[in-house]
Design a protein around this ligand. Structure first.
Ligand code: ATR
Length: 286
């Protein structure tokens, strides 16, 4: 939609921001819903985040912002009100502006929950959660809400133990032992973002019975291994769309057009096969 004088503004702030796919699917969704608005990427350095938010409050037609790395924690302090989830997760990815006030929400956790539940039931499942950073906190919040049995591992063990105490789950130190006893493996670390990252662990320990979820939206070596074995798997692509969809719902009150949003990313060149909901028996060539 071509912006007009009457248009409202939404956007995403991060540093860097050039990689962000949110403008692609949010603009398509706004246009599909017939909302007179544009969604803009804002590259904002951490040093000026406070000034940016103060300025944004003064822009009367700026109604909402998504927040990405590295600002998700800092925006909490800069908001007037925070949702219960933001309080517990300690990070926000959605800001709603209304009459000069800012309310902070977190839709990453619900984005994870919706997408993970499209490949597997979580209740009572044993989940090995890899990582103890900001993303892990949102995923952990979702997993505990869904009543999964979580085992938390992190490269820096103290962080896993601290987070596990906070969320009352179990921290584990030996990945090899844990892998034998879990149903689902979830990666929230940054390992796999770059194609030549050394693997997090020996991926030959993954078996066809595991469901593998990686919140990185491109195909990582971990996901590739799951595909090779015929496991149920999911990349971070659906989570990306669902978290954005929930932000859109918070801002506009409209039902997000999920299929339209997914399609816009596919047209933009983003992945074709992001989930497998049934385990496949793969026959090795003889
Ligand atoms: P995010 O907000 O994306 O979660 P973060 O808070 O910086 O980012 O967390 C990054 C996570 O990836 C952490 O769990 C980190 O482990 P440490 O706590 O030990 O730093 C993990 N991580 C990053 N690089 C890693 C690597 N090479 N091997 C294992 N874990 C790694």
């Amino acid at each position: 939609m071509t912006p007009k004088g009457t248009s409202s503004i939404y956007g995403v702030i991060g540093f860097p921001i050039k990689h962000s796919l949110s403008p692609v699917f949010q603009n398509r969704a706004l246009s599909h819903l017939g909302i007179d608005a544009v969604y803009i990427p804002f590259e904002v350095r951490p040093q000026v985040l406070k000034e940016f938010i103060e300025g944004a409050r003064q822009i009367e037609n700026l109604l909402g912002l998504n927040v990405t790395i590295p600002h998700k924690e800092a925006v909490v302090e800069l908001s007037d009100r925070v949702s219960e989830e933001v309080e517990k997760i300690g990070a926000a990815n959605t800001l709603k502006f209304e009459g000069g006030t800012v309310e902070a929400f977190n839709t990453d956790w619900v984005g994870f929950l919706r997408s993970a539940e499209s490949v597997t039931n979580l209740k009572g499942k044993r989940v090995l959660l890899l990582g103890a950073g900001g993303s892990s906190r949102a995923v952990l919040y979702a997993l505990t809400k869904a009543k999964a049995e979580v085992y938390l591992w992190n490269r820096t063990p103290e962080k896993a133990h601290r987070l596990a105490r906070e969320f009352q789950v179990e921290a584990i130190d030996s990945l090899e032992d844990a892998l034998k006893g879990v149903d689902i493996v979830v990666n929230t670390t940054s390992v796999g973002l770059k194609e030549n990252d050394p693997p997090l662990f020996d991926y030959s320990l993954i078996t066809p019975e595991h469901t593998v979820i990686d919140i990185i939206y491109r195909e990582t070596p971990l996901i590739r291994r799951a595909k090779e074995l015929g496991c149920k798997y999911q990349t971070g692509f659906p989570m990306l769309v669902y978290q954005g969809a929930e932000s859109l719902r918070i801002w506009t009150g409209c039902e997000p057009p999920i299929k339209v949003m997914e399609m816009s990313l596919k047209e933009y060149g983003y992945p074709i096969e992001h989930s497998k909901t049934h385990r496949q028996t793969l026959h090795q060539p003889s």
